[in-house]
Design a protein around this ligand. Structure first.
Ligand SMILES: Nc1ncnc2c1ncn2[C@@H]1O[C@H](COP(=O)(O)OP(=O)(O)OP(=O)(O)O)[C@@H](O)[C@H]1O
Length: 484
C-alpha cells in the first residue's frame, strides 16, 4: 500500500528552486509527523509528489496515517493506492476488474485516468477500454460521466499502476517553516485559535503568547487550545508557549487609568510586551484575532492607535471576517468547544469603551503606569517548549490525583477526540467508560453525578491532566487522571 501526496497547487506554481525547497521541507515534515504514529512508513520525494510506502497493510494503521496526513500543511490531497506493475492496457483492465467488481454492483460509474511516461495508449483510451470492460463484465448500473455514484481512479506512472482506494482531502497552505515565525497572542476564545491556525496552515511556526488575567484556570484552558492546535497541525516543529502574568498591569490600569480608555491601553500594553518577547526570539510579527467591528471598540481608529505603540508588524488575519465564519472554522479545527468553555476573564471591561481613541490622550493616560512595569512582568513570564506542557502537567498533578488502577464504582471518561478514540477504543471489563472529548468535558462535567469519582483517560496523558487540573480549579474534587 502507498500514499501519494499531491502538493498544494500554489507550491506547484513556484519557480524550480523554491518548489524544490518546499517539497523537501514537506517531505521532512511528513516524516516527523508519521514517525509518531509508526516507524514503518518510508517517505520519498519526487518532483511533483511525495510517495509514502507502508510495508505492512493494516487498515487501522492506514487510517491513522491518513488522518495525520490530512492535517499537515502544504498538501492538496492524498491518494491511498494499491500499487502493481502492468504489461498492457488489457492487463490494466483485468487488474481494475478484480479490484472494483464487487463495489460497482448496482452503481453508475466513470473511469478517470492520470498517466505519466511513454505508452502506446493515452489516458482517454484507457478510460474507454477499462470503462467499457467494467460496464460489460460487472453488475454496474452503467457509465455516467457526470455525477456518477462511483469514480474509478487510476494512475499510471511508467510501468506502475496505482489503483486508488481512497482520496483524502488535504489541508492546503504551505509546508511548516517555509515561512517566517510568528508570535500569536492567544486568549482561548474563538478568534485567536482561528488566527493561530491560519498561520500554521500558511507555513509559519506559530509560537503562543498568553497574558494571564484570570488565574490558573484560564492559563490551563489556553494551554489546552495551544497544545491541541500544535499537536494536530504543527507537530513537525517545536514552538514555544509564553505565559505572562498580567495582573500587575491590570491592577494599575484599574486604579489609575480613565475607564473608557482601559481597553485600548490594555491592548497596547499587551502589544508592547509581546513585541519585546518577539524581538528576543527573533520573530518579526505578532498575530491577533481582532476583527473589525466584532466588539464596538474594535474600530479602525482604535486599532490604529494600538498599532502606534510598537514598531512590530501586527497581523490580523480575521480583520474582515464574519463571526459565524470564524466559529465555523473553529468547529472544523476542534477549538469551538474550548472557546465556549473559556469564560471572559478580562476584568478590564469599560462600561463605555471609547470607539475613537485619541493617541495623545492615550499616551497621557499611560504616563500613570509605574516605571519598569513591562520589564517586571517580562521578568516573571514563563517560556516553555509546547512539548513540555506534558511534563509540566506531571509536576502539577499531585500523586493522589493520578491513578493506575480503578476502584469499585469509579467511572472512566475517555477524553480523546472521536477520531482517535475510534482507532483504538478503550475497553475495560466491568468498568463504565464514558466518551467525552476533552473539548466538551468542561461544559458537560457539571451534569454528572457529583457523588461518583471520575478518572480521565487519554493516550499521552496530556489532555487528561490538563482537564483534571481545569476541573479541580473549578472546584471539583471527584476527578483524577487515569494512567494505566
Ligand atoms: N489574555 C490575552 N492573552 C493573549 N492575547 C490576548 C488576550 N486577550 C486578548 N488577546 C488578543 O487580542 C485579540 C482580541 O481580544 P479581545 O479581548 O478583543 O477578543 P476576545 O474575544 O478575547 O478574542 P478571542 O476570541 O481570541 O479570545 C485576541 O484575539 C487575542 O489575539
Amino acid at each position: 500500500m502507498k500514499f501519494i501526496v499531491k502538493l498544494f497547487p500554489e507550491i506547484m506554481m513556484k519557480s524550480k528552486p523554491v518548489r524544490m525547497r518546499f517539497t523537501k521541507m514537506l517531505e521532512t515534515n511528513i516524516r516527523n509527523v508519521l514517525k509518531n504514529v509508526d516507524e514503518s512508513a518510508k517517505v520519498q520525494r519526487q518532483w511533483d509528489k511525495i510517495m509514502i510506502m507502508v510495508p505492512d497493510y493494516r487498515s487501522d494503521l492506514m487510517e491513522a496515517f491518513g488522518a495525520r496526513l490530512a492535517c499537515i500543511p502544504g498538501i492538496a490531497h492524498i491518494l491511498q493506492v494499491n500499487v502493481s506493475t502492468f504489461e498492457s492496457i488489457d492487463d490494466i483492465y483485468q487488474q481494475t476488474l478484480v479490484a472494483y467488481k464487487e463495489q460497482l454492483a448496482g452503481k453508475t460509474f466513470c473511469v478517470r485516468v492520470k498517466r505519466v511516461g511513454k505508452h502506446d495508449f493515452n489516458s482517454i483510451e484507457v478510460e474507454r477500454y477499462v470503462g467499457g470492460g467494467l460496464n460489460q463484465f460487472t453488475d454496474a448500473a452503467g457509465v455516467k460521466l457526470k455525477n456518477p455514484d462511483m469514480t474509478v481512479n487510476l494512475e499510471i506512472d511508467q510501468d506502475q499502476l496505482y489503483l486508488v482506494d481512497k482520496r483524502i482531502q488535504g489541508l492546503g497552505g504551505f509546508p511548516m517553516a517555509t515561512q517566517e515565525d510568528v508570535l500569536s497572542l492567544i486568549s482561548g476564545g474563538f478568534d485567536s485559535g482561528v488566527s493561530s491556525y491560519q498561520f500554521i496552515k500558511r507555513g509559519s511556526r506559530t509560537h503562543y503568547c498568553f497574558f494571564n488575567l484570570g488565574g490558573d484556570q484560564h492559563e490551563i484552558g489556553v494551554k489546552q487550545v495551544a497544545y491541541h492546535l500544535w499537536k494536530k497541525y504543527g507537530e513537525s516543529h517545536k514552538v514555544k508557549f509564553i505565559s505572562v502574568p498580567f495582573d500587575p498591569v491590570v491592577q494599575e490600569l484599574l486604579e489609575r487609568v480613565e475607564n473608557g480608555q482601559m481597553g485600548v491601553i490594555l491592548k497596547r500594553m499587551m502589544m508592547r510586551t509581546a513585541a519585546k518577547i518577539a524581538e528576543r526570539m527573533g520573530i518579526q510579527a505578532l498575530v491577533t484575532g481582532e476583527a473589525m467591528g466584532q466588539v464596538s471598540s474594535q474600530t479602525l481608529t482604535n486599532l490604529n492607535v494600538i498599532d502606534r505603540c510598537t514598531e512590530q508588524l501586527i497581523l490580523r488575519p480575521l480583520i474582515a471576517m464574519d463571526k459565524q465564519d470564524i466559529i465555523d472554522i473553529s468547529r472544523k479545527i476542534g477549538t469551538e468547544d474550548f472557546a465556549k468553555s473559556i469564560p471572559e476573564y478580562c476584568g478590564v471591561i469599560s462600561q463605555k469603551p471609547t470607539v475613537k481613541a485619541v493617541l495623545s490622550k492615550i499616551e497621557h493616560e499611560e504616563e500613570k503606569f509605574s516605571e519598569g512595569l513591562i520589564d517586571k512582568v517580562l521578568a516573571d513570564s514563563k517560556i516553555i517548549s509546547i512539548k513540555d506542557i506534558a511534563t509540566e502537567m506531571d509536576l502539577q498533578i499531585t500523586e493522589t490525583a493520578s491513578v493506575d488502577a480503578i476502584s469499585q464504582g469509579e467511572i472512566v471518561i475517555d477524553v480523546r477526540a472521536p477520531d482517535e478514540e475510534e482507532l483504538a477504543p478503550l475497553k475495560l471489563d466491568g468498568i463504565e467508560v464514558k466518551k467525552v472529548p476533552f473539548y466538551k468535558l468542561a461544559t458537560q462535567f457539571g451534569d454528572f453525578d457529583k457523588e461518583k469519582t471520575y478518572l480521565l483517560y487519554c493516550e499521552r496523558g496530556v489532555m487528561s491532566k490538563l482537564q483534571t487540573l481545569y476541573l479541580q480549579e473549578q472546584g471539583y474534587t471527584n476527578v483524577k487522571v487515569y494512567r494505566p
